[in-house]
Design a protein around this ligand. Structure first.
Ligand code: PGA
Length: 253
């Protein structure tokens, strides 16, 4: 059985003060969520990680970052290393988000490097894949997703890939309020699992968690989570409000 994972991607929102207040209330709201029902992750901006880490200490909430630079240290002005993320308490890191692919021109090759480095440092990568609207309209969804998955996981062995989380995020559904229907999401998530079984083997494919992301909210989480190949959600906007994130995390209720 795959343990569902709900992760909040805060993007570039919240100051340190807001982080402390928000995470304190979240901690209280989520304290009864059993570990065997769902794994909870929050991914604040880099500068808020330390503050969030101190508030979640000893709770069932885990910490993730939104990016990393694939070197331990060095002359890379403005970048943050996996060693630094580990030392602040991150056990997860989002990699290859569509906003990074789009605005920061991240390529599959660079994303692949980051995924490998995250694994090497014991940080679970949440690798994002997904097609743009025009790609879907041209019937290229599977081709784009295949390209992201195959090249993002290049050179990653069977025993290591089990530690990767994949987030299928159709770009047209991100921040638009336009969620993929459960059928649309499941179709692609099922395809990703089949792809993984071809790249590795069936047993390995069955262990890898595949999240859905793109306008996930309290109103649609249940039907999404009811799909066989959806193992959780990467949540943007709705992760910024304590009550909506709480309802999403408690989808099983
Ligand atoms: P959204 O963002 O939930 O606001 O659509 C999801 C994401 O970008 O990960």
């Amino acid at each position: 059985m795959r343990l569902p994972i709900i992760a909040g991607n805060w993007k570039m929102y919240k100051t340190i003060e807001e982080t402390i207040e928000f995470v304190t209330s979240l901690r209280g709201l989520l304290k009864d969520v059993p570990d065997d029902k769902v794994e909870i992750v929050i991914c604040p901006p880099f500068v808020n990680l330390q503050a969030a880490a101190s508030v979640i200490k000893g709770s069932n909430i885990k910490l993730g970052a939104q990016n990393l630079f694939p070197k331990q240290e060095g002359a890379y002005t403005g970048e943050v290393s996996p060693l630094m993320l580990r030392s602040v308490g991150c056990s997860y890191v989002i990699i290859g988000h569509s906003e990074r692919r789009e605005y920061f021109k991240e390529t599959n090759e660079f994303i692949n490097e980051k995924v490998k480095v995250a694994i090497e440092y014991g940080i679970t990568p949440i690798m994002c894949v997904g097609e743009k609207l025009e790609e879907r309209e041209k019937g290229l969804t599977f081709d784009v997703v295949k390209d992201h998955v195959v090249n993002g996981l290049k050179g990653i062995s069977k025993d290591k890939v089990q530690h990767v989380v994949i987030a299928y995020e159709p770009v047209w559904a991100i921040g638009t309020g336009k969620t993929a229907t459960p059928q649309q999401a499941e179709e692609v998530q099922k395809y990703i699992r089949k792809l993984l079984s071809e790249m590795y083997d069936e047993q390995t494919a069955q262990t890898i968690r595949i999240q859905y992301g793109g306008s996930v909210k309290p109103e649609n989480i249940k039907e999404l989570m009811a799909c066989e190949n959806i193992d959780g959600a990467l949540v943007g906007g709705a992760s910024l409000k304590a009550d909506s994130f709480e309802q999403i995390v408690k989808f099983y209720k």
